[in-house]
Write a protein that binds this ligand. Structure first.
Ligand code: 5GP
Length: 204
């Protein structure tokens, strides 16, 4: 009851905080293997006015990944320089690498009236909430840790060591899901996709 009241209050604040003609900022997070990537692609194809903000990362590109498409792949030195220049809206150290969202990228789109979607980890999402309280935070959860492990193993993209790291991070991330405005459990892709579409439709 109290939680509901607090959420209503927060929503009121968000509405009053929305500037005319400005786009809205949607943030999705969730453990690797929860299905964020697929849900993100579906949302982007469903909404013409929704754009994805490409993050910077120090991790190596995976097979098939192209610089400037999935990520901007940059060196540790460049990432540190950008931190010092205060260029990031948020950044975090995730699974042994740095990932961050450039402030200018997001502001440019919002000011042009487009809605922006970020797909970032929980540390980053909470930084966005601090700086832009009007952002809508959506957590994508797997139905269970066992299912998550199965999905990660089926991908065959990680070494055993990295897989273990991703699983232990997943458990920590799941503990923070109640900090989000909405939680979608991705048990069935169609249902989860519809839920995300409805959230974006009602908020944009
Ligand atoms: P992956 O290496 O599998 O592409 O991404 C690993 C994790 O980094 C995912 O949880 C993803 O959401 C997160 N991530 C991707 N880009 C960003 C970003 O710009 N900022 C933060 N904080 N996390 C990010």
């Amino acid at each position: 009851m109290l939680k509901l009241a607090l959420k209503k209050c927060a929503n009121k604040f968000k509405m009053s905080n929305k500037k005319l003609n400005h786009g809205k900022l949607f943030v999705i997070s969730g453990p690797s293997g929860a299905g964020k990537g697929t849900l993100r692609e579906r949302a982007l194809s469903d909404f013409q006015n929704l754009v994805y903000s490409i993050s910077c990362t120090t991790r190596q590109p995976r097979e098939g990944e192209v610089d400037g498409v999935q990520y901007r792949f940059i060196t540790h030195e460049k990432f540190k320089e950008d931190i010092e220049k205060n260029l990031f809206l948020e950044y975090a150290h995730v699974h042994a690498d740095y990932y961050g969202t450039l402030k200018a990228d997001v502001l440019k789109e919002l000011e042009a009236g487009r809605d922006v979607l970020l797909e970032i980890d929980v540390q980053g999402a909470l930084q966005v909430r601090e700086k832009m309280p009007e952002a809508i935070l959506i957590f994508i959860a797997p139905p269970s840790i066992e299912e998550l492990e199965k999905r990660l193993r089926d991908r065959h993209t990680e070494t055993e060591e990295h897989l273990k790291l991703r699983l232990s991070n997943a458990i920590k991330e799941l503990e923070l899901k109640d900090e989000y405005d909405f939680v979608i459990i991705n048990d069935d892709l169609e249902t989860a996709s519809r839920e995300l579409r409805n959230l974006i439709k009602n908020d944009s």
